[in-house]
Design a protein. Structure first.
Length: 555
């Protein structure tokens, strides 16, 4: 049995994004010998990579930032209600520097494979720089949307202009003025880019397969006085986020949809549409997520707002989704997105009617027309939630990879543990509370829980933990069951595991990725497991320092 001294680290955290930064802070505070491995050249995760124009929070900035340090809350001034990527990256660097975390991070090292060794209760990590590192525990902080998926069109390599996925938007300034630009995709990312660059490019052509329901962000700046008021309110802000299903300040309307007269419902929607953030989605009636007729009514309301904003009625109709209702996919928030289509230099091509047939040297061809472009932007989304895990060869107790085990969809215990993969923790894993909530709020919950769990493991002198197969099955059934009442189970979205560019992830088979019970229920569940002495998890190990073997199962 390897002792702690024979290991390179006790804990390796993979990923230096929002989760990895907080996780290493907690571990180093406890004096744990830990490091963070990050494949990128620097920290920041999502906010390091997504440098496309218009990239910004859809969470109110002051609900997105970390809550763990009063000093940090007092020192940082959010400049906008929904802060933009450069500022968000500055914030994460500020946090890392303030707490001197960078010295615990290693950049430009991608973990290619992980092998669990049950003889030593340790993981061996194989890095792409040729190194191998051994540690007792691995914490996966990989991000939910960090495995970009470009499309698979013929001829993509032949294009002579610039082309890239939005995740790989160039770091150096890219002058788009007077350029002919194509954007493929109309998800949340494309919607931000289109709105931002419409008046800055020569010509912009949007290739849309399916429209999304989008609603106004209603962003604004935050003055010194406003920031002071926010600081005074931070305790309340985080308490509200902990109380609401989505982890935002937006509280659902608890009245019954049908108990409120139609004029009152419309008056509510009129108000919410003009308010900042996700109010129109999350301060709405619960029935819009579960009841077809209620959903149809809010959808028709939003369609009306789109028709008011887009001058050409034919273009407006194309921008209104017909295959799903409002809110059953995550709602992109926008700033003058619909108005972009009123400009002469912005064109919409419906590729559900005339599909893209190939990328050419000078642009692309659809079944109807050839187009010339200087730049092609693939805003085609991500192999969400499990994609980043699938890209690492993670070998568990029987040598089988996690990718194989999750072939038909993930199964976890609490979204944090996987049977067959001992000593691996996922503070924001598939089926955890993070994806369906204001992400950092979910992350803090997950990181805090995992850190407390590791403290328990260390205090017990255990060197191995693993969830039971039964506990994992129970949790996965619980997560699956929650989808059954939600209209979103039918949606072609990453919440159901849909991605047309990933073989096996096409529409038709739901992957139960997301815990839909909301923050309070999730926290209650994971707290309950802790209070029951970590029921559902087996522990084993060599007590330290005695060195004698010991095995026990928690109650
Ligand atoms: P996405 O929502 O998955 O959208 C991808 C788009 O590309 C869809 O319109 C899709 O059409 C289209 N597409 C994919 N493959 C295609 C192909 N081969 N041919 C033609 N069209 C294709 O991805 P995303 O926009 O990057 O957003 C993903 C998530 O990131 C969002 O849901 C959100 O959670 C997060 N996000 C957040 C913010 C923020 O404000 N904080 C901003 C951006 C993104 P189909 O629908 O027909 O497949």
């Amino acid at each position: 049995m390897a002792t702690r001294d024979e290991l390179d680290y006790e804990v390796i955290v993979i990923g230096a994004g929002v989760a990895g930064i907080y996780q290493i802070k907690r571990l180093t505070d406890l004096g744990v010998n830990a490091t963070v491995l990050e494949s990128a050249a620097d920290l920041g995760g999502t906010w390091y990579h997504n440098r496309y124009p218009g990239a910004r929070f859809d969470s109110e900035s002051y609900t997105y930032g970390y809550s763990f340090s009063r000093e940090l809350l007092d020192e940082w001034h959010w400049k906008e209600r929904f802060s933009s990527q450069p500022e968000n990256l500055r914030y994460l660097n500020f946090v890392a520097d303030k707490f001197d975390l960078r010295r615990h991070m290693q950049f430009n090292c991608r973990v290619q494979a992980m092998h669990y060794d049950d003889n030593t209760h340790s993981w061996r990590l194989v890095l792409d720089d040729g190194r191998e590192l051994r540690c007792r525990f691995v914490i996966m902080a990989l991000g939910l949307l960090s495995a970009p998926t470009p499309p698979r069109f013929d001829g993509m390599e032949s294009f002579k202009g610039r082309s890239f996925h939005t995740y790989h938007w160039p770091h150096e300034p890219l002058d788009l003025s007077a350029k002919k630009v194509a954007i493929i995709g109309t998800g949340a990312t494309a919607i931000q880019i289109i709105a931002e660059i419409a008046d800055k490019v020569g010509d912009l052509t949007v290739f849309q397969r399916r429209p999304n329901w989008a609603a106004p962000l209603n962003n604004s700046t935050i003055s010194d006085a406003e920031m002071a008021a926010i600081r005074a309110r931070y305790d309340d802000i985080f308490a509200t986020c902990a109380r609401t299903p989505g982890g935002f300040e937006h509280e659902p309307d608890r009245r019954g949809f049908y108990d409120v007269p139609r004029e009152e419902r419309v008056a509510l929607w009129d108000r919410l549409y003009d308010e900042p953030g996700f109010g129109i989605w999350l301060q709405n009636f619960a029935e819009i997520f579960t009841d077809e007729a209620a959903n149809a009514e809010i959808s028709e309301y939003i369609a009306g707002r789109i028709r008011e904003r887009v001058k050409d009625p034919q273009v407006a109709e194309k921008l209104i989704p017909k295959d799903h209702g409002f809110g059953v996919q995550r709602v992109p928030l926008e700033t003058h997105y619909y108005e972009a289509y009123n400009r002469d230099n912005v064109h919409l091509v419906d590729i559900s009617e005339t599909p893209i047939t190939r990328i050419t040297e000078t642009g692309l061809s659809t079944s109807a027309e050839d187009f010339d472009f200087d730049v092609i932007v693939y805003a085609t989304g991500f192999d969400a939630i499990t994609g980043a895990y699938d890209r690492i060869g993670i070998h568990g107790t029987d040598g089988r990879t996690l990718r194989e085990q999750w072939h038909d969809g993930p199964a976890t215990f609490l979204g944090m543990f996987v049977h067959g993969f001992p000593n691996m923790l996922m503070p924001a894993g598939p089926q955890s509370g993070s994806a369906s909530t204001n992400y950092p709020r979910g992350i803090e919950t997950g990181v805090n829980w995992c850190t407390e769990f590791l403290q328990h493991v260390r205090a017990e002198g255990a060197t191995r933990f693993e969830p039971t197969a039964e506990a994992e099955q129970r949790w996965t059934e619980h997560v699956t069951k929650m989808y059954s009442t939600m209209l979103m189970r039918k949606a072609k979205s990453w919440f159901t595991g849909y991605n047309s560019n990933v073989p096996g992830h096409e529409h038709g088979k739901v992957r139960y990725f997301v815990y839909n019970g909301g923050t309070p229920k999730y926290v209650k569940r994971i707290t309950g497991v802790r209070d029951e002495g970590y029921a559902g998890i087996t522990f084993a190990g060599t007590p330290i320092p005695e060195g004698s073997a010991r095995k026990r199962t928690a109650a």
